[in-house]
Design a protein around this ligand. Structure first.
Ligand SMILES: Nc1nc2c(c(=O)[nH]1)N[C@H]1C(S)=C(S)[C@@H](COP(=O)(O)O)O[C@H]1N2
Ligand SMILES: [Mo]
Length: 203
């Protein structure tokens, strides 16, 4: 059932939902699939997660090494710039903070470029990247995420529009200063806060 944002909330459930929908968003119960290009075929034996750029010692984690890291589950809403929002999924994975314990940032680092399969990228400030609730997720509602949703691993940055949550994650490149990623290059906002409706760069 689609929640009509423009109709006055009729009952308690609808009022509660309305409070959690950022401006211009509608509720979806099903999880849409949205990306540029094709779903990559991923081989876990050769897969690595790179931590590189402005770090004192770059690293590349194997999938087995990644699976050893401490995990956690967070219940959270996600908001897509194409106007759907999905509330209250349970997302499970490794907190960004745990991955960051494996490298030491150089003092010049201010931003991160997120790298995914097929050259997809998304940029984030370190303030946005290092938030407590951010994770590298492989599980939603206790089920492994499907290939079309980013298996084996996707980033999860729920306070920004969902395009920042790159599917088929392959690494982080720490940078001095900001640079547009894939969608940002095509006109999406450099930050993408749904509560400020930061949809496009020219706003
Ligand atoms: N690698 C990659 N990740 C991506 C994208 C993409 O094109 N490539 N699109 C983003 C966009 S625009 C959205 S809305 C979400 C959609 O995630 P979903 O298909 O799991 O709903 O993935 C994001 N992550
Ligand atoms: Mo999107």
């Amino acid at each position: 059932m689609a929640f009509n944002f423009f109709r006055r909330p009729q009952n308690e459930r609808e009022r509660a939902v309305a409070d959690r929908l950022p401006p211009g968003q509608y509720l979806t119960e099903k999880w849409p699939v949205l990306h540029y290009g094709s779903v990559p075929r991923v081989d876990l034996d050769t897969w690595t997660l790179a931590l590189e750029g402005l770090v004192t010692a770059p690293r590349a984690l194997s999938h087995a090494e990644f699976k050893q890291l401490p995990r956690r589950t967070v219940k959270s809403d996600v908001h897509c710039v194409t106007r759907w929002s999905m509330l209250d999924s349970r997302w499970t994975g490794v907190p960004v903070a745990e991955v960051m314990k494996l490298v030491e940032l150089k003092p010049e680092a201010t931003h991160v470029m997120v790298h995914a399969e097929h050259g997809f990228t998304a940029n984030l400030s370190l303030d946005d990247f290092l938030r407590e609730e951010n994770m590298l997720v492989d599980t939603r509602n206790d089920e492994p995420i499907a290939p079309e949703h980013g298996w084996p691993l996707r980033l999860f940055v729920p306070h920004l529009y969902f395009w920042k949550s790159a599917k088929w994650l392959r690494g982080f490149e720490f940078m001095a200063g900001d640079r547009p990623g894939f969608w940002e290059h095509y006109g999406y906002h450099m930050r993408g806060d749904p509560w400020q409706e930061e949809r496009y760069g020219w706003q």
